[in-house]
Design a protein around this ligand. Sequence first.
Ligand SMILES: *[C@@H]1O[C@H](CO)[C@@H](O)[C@H](O)[C@H]1NC(C)=O
Ligand SMILES: *[C@@H]1O[C@H](CO)[C@@H](O)[C@H](O)[C@H]1NC(C)=O
Ligand SMILES: *[C@@H]1O[C@H](CO)[C@@H](O)[C@H](O)[C@H]1NC(C)=O
Ligand SMILES: *[C@@H]1O[C@H](CO)[C@@H](O)[C@H](O)[C@H]1NC(C)=O
Length: 435
Amino acid sequence: MDLIPCLFLVNQQRSFYVVVLMTVLLFSSTCFLLPADGYDPLDPNGNLNIRWDVLQQNDGGTQDVRLTIVNYQLFRHVELPGWKLSWTWPGDEEPVIIDLLPGAPYNKQVANCCKGGVLSSMMQDPGKYLAAFQMHIGSASDSSVPRLPARFTLGLPGYTCGEPFKVPPTKFFEDQGRRRTQALATWNVTCSYSQFRASSAPTCCVSLSAFYNKTIVPCPKCSCACHGEDGAECVKPGKLPPVLQLEHNEPPKPVVQCSDHMCPIRVHWHVKLSYTQYWRVKITVTNLNYVKNYSEWNLVVLHPNLRSVTQVFSFNYKPLNVYGNINDTGMFYGIQYYNDVLLQTGESGNVQTEMLLHKDPGIFTFKEGWAFPRKISFNGEECVMPSPDDYPRLPNTARFDAQAASSIIILLLVLLLTVTVFIVNGFFPATLCNR
Ligand SMILES: *[C@@H]1O[C@H](CO)[C@@H](O)[C@H](O)[C@H]1NC(C)=O
Ligand SMILES: *[C@@H]1O[C@H](CO)[C@@H](O)[C@H](O)[C@H]1NC(C)=O
Ligand SMILES: *[C@@H]1O[C@H](CO)[C@@H](O)[C@H](O)[C@H]1NC(C)=O
Ligand SMILES: *[C@@H]1O[C@H](CO)[C@@H](O)[C@H](O)[C@H]1NC(C)=O
């Protein structure tokens, strides 16, 4: 698809070199902007895993099966209304789920089991990134052992699951580790996420400012939608949003405050202060969505100076060293009961932090937008950044030097003129002669 602009350039008889360069640029940017299916460079190994453990084969051909869903994603979590696992049985088999524990509704579709379908990310709450339940299955027609189902789906936007593959049986520890048991057989299903499959439009944007420049660089226009566009409804600030009839079990569609960017989330990065050894950044996350409180929100930031984070105020911070010791990526998230819920738009609809970073000699600079983040994502969704051409710039030092130089020259000229006037008036010789 990206070849079209290149062919267009050929027709315009631009030089071959430009065409080749453009092609290379387009392809490299395409690779960067549209990562391969489900691949997130900030979390290259992240996925959701479904494990199917056959625990027991009973007389009469029924089976006890344990299902475990594990969120192996570093920062993407599963929020309300939660996952809704489903699958299809192979062939014309028609197994029935006889029982589900604990107290889940039983059906071929296992709805919102056990934890309301909510899973935390691995980094944020290791106690809640896993859900498990057991069921008792048997064939409706005969007493043959039910076979493994296929085509698992999680009922979550953006996730697709592969086919199950057999892995070594899971080992369980029971009675506080005293007794070791093993599944009869175990299958593994890997589900991966793609932002592009989840929604075609971004949901977050970034604005920038710095103490050394009065310009506040806003979120790029139409980051998430264009104001006034068909289907892009919004509420003017100060007006009340329409009363919403939420479909049960449906995530509410964002109702955003009108803006040029139309995003439900805006992240503002302000370079606040410079000390001799350190510099200070203030990050503000603003919720512009009228119909959603973001609980367990998180922010992932890529900036080369994050390897020298000295202090982070009012947020939790964890480095994400996904590429060994190049720790230029970190995750910020709220403190429980204090700011772990980003409230719906309004006076309290924001969360803020300040952080101190050490100025590493030889690397640190305020020049060329170095102090601004390379990438930001909110709840695992990449935010739209302003173009680097628009970043707040340092006052032009070259022009400053030229001004300084010209004022020195003027001063020298004035001095020379004064001396000349004195000499012409015979003032100096007279004084000298009197001595
Ligand atoms: C199942 O798949 C996941 C993700 O591909 C992998 O991390 C995990 O080790 C697998 N489990 C087993 C028991 O092989
Ligand atoms: C968000 O939380 C506040 C305070 O708990 C509550 O009053 C409000 O109704 C919630 N809004 C939504 C959209 O859930
Ligand atoms: C950077 O990574 C190293 C090694 O993984 C770790 O010891 C250090 O604490 C990290 N620094 C920061 C600021 O995250
Ligand atoms: C501040 O940054 C803007 C945007 O890059 C730039 O146009 C402007 O000249 C800068 N102001 C000063 C005083 O350098």
